[in-house]
Design a protein around this ligand. Sequence first.
Ligand SMILES: [Ca+2]
Length: 126
Amino acid sequence: MKYAFSELNWIDAYKFCETYNATLASIDNEEENKEIMKVIKDTIPHELDWWPVWIGGYKYNDGTTWRWISNGEEIRYSNWVSDQPDNWNNQENCLNTRYDGQWNDLTCTQTHYFICQVNESPCKCH
Ligand SMILES: [Ca+2]
């Protein structure tokens, strides 16, 4: 299950999700990307197609690898805008998606809507 919430910076959005035993949403395939687009369309007020929405991707310390905060795994499926990620001003380390389902890297301190993901299973039994 995925839910959208109001505007926070990336790390505060992550902490907010955690207080509900959730995490910032991850996207592993096109189907899940469409699911996130639907959550955005259904729940987040928007005026422009590029309205950013935080999801759970972040750039790892090596400066190039992107990972999901939900499980620490490297991002495999991606749907970047054609000229992204551009690491604009050398400070864009957090992942957002948009109304049109395309991704961009942005500065983590920006405040945006965000999407929490509640895991189906109550425990990760490993
Ligand atoms: Ca960017």
